[in-house]
Design a protein around this ligand. Structure first.
Ligand code: ADP
Ligand code: ASP
Ligand code: MG
Length: 407
């Protein structure tokens, strides 16, 4: 007998019919003799609706109350799935985050899981009960509800699998696995059979929302093999696992894009020590993560300082940056919401030169201007005008040989 953790995302839980389908799949795995913990997301679109309500009622919704609101969608899902399983004659029980408990820090809307005591779950599993756990939510030391950031149910599932030392962790979604790029924007995208934690971490952090980045961090830290697969068929999906020799041989394994960042430029800043810190510290104090940063070559003692932040933090970040800009006597703060970050990722880049040059040449040939660049050992990212997103992804996918035979 094995302990199986399965997670079903928003689309998979998107209607009563689909929840019935999920219940049937869960029942099948249970009937095969497994202990089951099932993590579910809100029905598709529900979390977006709740976020929109928060933004309608207040310009800067209170963090604590924001979490109370946006966690509501998962409560509906666990109840419906548990009801469905019970009506089919199975022992099932819904668990909200605090009932598990999934203990997190207090960083509302982006809380980190600190610990998941397993005593209560083990007792129920021993009774043969199927546990249906709300993804995305936790509880902090003060007993307040927290959420794990958008897409956080993936992290709930992997963290539960790690805490329970589960034998299998399956993430069921609306595509057949992890692809060489988003199959919804590139018809030539290919399913990847096995991908390393490192590459998946990069892809996830660069916009491939098929797995939330923290779920991959957990998987890597606790050595959980994560099987990403479709809830609509029985096909094997992608195994996210430890790096092996074969993986190193692939130069570029995937291409990611992110449209949810915005550019903020502080113009005509005095070029002297401490300026970068003066602009960026208030942002990190507000728990806003800055992604790409570019400082121009200085001209007559002045420079321009440009960076990107998540769209969701834009209003707050702009207000903070304007204040900092005034304090350092910068000329003005400019913004650009129409940007997109395109990234190529692959373990093979470690040992090959010329990958960046090829990427820049391919984009130049299409007349796509590069606004910002950042690199790491296994990825290269560029910021371009968002109208070129699909085109850039497609030409890079072709140029790096991903459109050919499946891997
Ligand atoms: P769920 O609701 O199941 O959590 P998500 O919408 O969060 O599903 O993630 C699945 C989506 O991720 C897919 O529908 C696809 O559009 C997108 N995606 C982006 N990049 C990739 C990729 N490289 N491989 C697979 N899917 C990707
Ligand atoms: N329902 C949450 C969201 O939409 C969590 C998740 O789906 O993983 O972000
Ligand atoms: Mg998701």
């Amino acid at each position: 007998m094995a302990l199986v953790v399965q997670k079903y995302g928003g689309t998979s839980m998107g209607s009563i019919e689909r929840i019935r389908n999920v219940a049937k799949r869960v029942a099948k795995t249970y009937d095969a003799g497994n202990d089951m913990v099932v993590v579910v997301s809100a029905m598709s679109g529900e979390t977006n609706k709740l976020v929109a309500l928060a933004n309608e009622i207040a310009e800067f919704p209170d963090n604590r109350e924001y979490d109370v609101l946006v966690a509501a969608g998962e409560q509906v899902s666990i109840a419906l799935l548990a009801m469905c399983l019970k009506s089919m004659g199975y022992k099932a029980k819904s668990y909200l985050g605090f009932q598990v408990p999934v203990v997190t820090d207090s960083a509302h809307a982006k809380a980190r899981i600190e610990e998941i005591p397993d005593t209560k779950m083990r007792a129920d599993l021993k009774e043969g009960t199927i546990l249906v756990v709300a993804g995305f939510q936790g509880v902090d030391a003060a007993g307040d509800l927290t959420t794990l950031g958008r897409g956080g149910s993936d992290t709930s599932a992997v963290a539960l699998a790690a805490a329970l030392k589960a034998d299998v962790c399956e993430i069921f979604t609306d595509v057949d696995g992890v692809y060489t790029t988003d199959p919804n924007i590139c018809k030539d995208a290919k399913k990847i059979e096995r991908i390393s934690y490192e590459e998946m971490l990069e892809l996830a952090s660069l916009g491939a929302k098929v797995l939330q980045i923290r779920s991959v961090e957990f998987a890597k830290k606790y050595n959980v093999d994560v099987h990403v697969r479709s809830s609509f068929n029985e096909n094997l999906g992608t195994m996210v696992t430890k790096e092996d020799k074969d993986m190193e041989a692939v130069l570029v394994s995937g291409i990611a894009y992110a449209k949810d960042e915005v550019k903020i430029a502080v113009m005509h800043v005095p070029d002297k020590p401490g300026i970068a810190a003066q602009i960026l510290s208030p942002l990190s104090d507000a728990n806003i993560s800055v992604d790409m940063i570019v400082q121009n070559v200085s001209e007559q003692g002045f420079t321009d300082f440009t960076f990107t932040v998540p769209q969701a933090d834009f209003k707050k970040a702009l207000a903070i940056t304007k204040e900092a800009a005034e304090a350092i006597s910068a000329k003005e703060v400019l913004t650009d919401e129409n940007i997109s970050k395109i990234s190529i990722v692959g373990l093979g880049m470690r040992s090959h030169a010329g990958v960046a040059t090829k990427m820049f040449q391919v984009l130049a040939k299409e007349g796509i201007n590069i606004q910002m660049i950042s690199t790491s050992e296994i990825k290269i990212s560029v910021v371009v005008d968002s109208k070129y997103t699909e085109l850039a992804v497609r030409v890079l996918h072709d140029a790096f040989g991903l459109s050919g035979e499946a891997k």
